[in-house]
Design a protein around this ligand. Structure first.
Ligand code: GLU
Length: 281
């Protein structure tokens, strides 16, 4: 059975880009008589708000999208992510990272081709780590790509891309786990879990067979595929879709204050008009 999902983070109001993504997944499920799941990715307690979550339900309903209930809200399942983290840690695939944002930025700046978000390191020397722990310094858990590579012992990993990556990637894609930012954070200092781990655990627990989402998350699939292998979880098929762009050619984004679906609604745009504008009939 085909199972797909739309997994927004309730950190703002939905805009056209979200509507396109949600409709792409919903219509794909409908076309094959499959299931469509809505998942609320609200682990970022500093940015998630109930008000935005309620608006997601309203907006999707307005668009004519129907989803299964109950809706999985990630904030209610932290134990599941903790268990996955514990399994990876028991396999020596993680390490504590005490570095501050500033230290990480400095490390990236001095790296030859440093990107601020790319990090590859390792644990502190044991004595220093013990001291930091005793002092109560906060730490994040990171995935060690070196340890992961060793654990895989040369086993190549790939995923099936039925849509298209930003570089036209399609078909069987061999993973490059470093693409998503090096030793990615699995558990943030403040919330005890982070995006990649939560998504991988949930997609497996919810039996998602097809991950349909924007191309901006294509690189994430590489490390998510790696996590699936390390956690012995099934791998869904990926369908990354193009990102909707506005008249200025730029993609819709929260940070650019893209017009929200509620704004559209308030100025009298109908769901049918919006669907037609985006190529759905
Ligand atoms: N929660 C993520 C976002 O809003 C999407 C996660 C996913 O589709 O894998 O960007």
């Amino acid at each position: 059975m085909f199972v797909t999902r739309f997994a927004p983070s309730p950190t703002g109001y939905l805009h056209r880009g979200h509507a396109f993504s949600a409709l792409t997944a919903f219509e794909a499920a409908r076309a094959v008589g499959g299931r469509f799941i809505l998942r609320i990715e609200d682990i970022d307690v500093t940015r998630s708000r109930r008000e935005f979550e309620d608006a997601i339900y309203e907006d999707l309903d307005w668009l004519g999208i129907a989803w299964e209930s109950p809706v999985r809200r990630q904030s209610e399942h932290l134990d599941d992510y903790q268990a996955a983290l514990a399994a990876l840690t028991a396999d020596h695939l993680t390490y504590r990272c005490f570095r501050t944002r500033k230290e990480l930025a400095q490390a990236a700046a001095s790296a030859p081709h440093g990107r601020a978000e790319t990090f590859r390191g390792g644990p502190l020397p044991p004595l220093e780590e013990t001291e930091r722990l005793a002092a109560g310094s906060p730490f994040a858990w990171r995935l060690s790509l070196d340890a992961a590579e060793q654990a895989l012992a040369g086993r190549p990993l790939s995923f099936v891309e039925e849509g298209e990556g930003p570089g036209g990637e399609h078909g069987t894609v061999a993973i490059d786990p470093g693409l998503a930012g090096g030793d990615v954070v699995l558990a943030r200092k403040d919330v005890g879990v982070a995006y990649h781990l939560a998504v991988v655990v949930d997609d497996a627990l919810q039996g998602v067979t097809h991950v349909i989402r924007g191309q901006d998350l294509f690189e994430a699939a590489h490390v998510q595929r790696l996590l699936q292998a390390l956690l012995d979880l099934p791998t869904p098929i990926y369908r990354h879709h193009r990102l909707l762009t506005g008249p200025d050619g730029k993609r819709f984004a929260k940070r650019d204050h893209a017009e929200t679906l509620r704004d559209l609604r308030a100025r009298g745009v109908s769901p049918g008009e919006l669907r037609a504008e985006m190529g759905f009939d």
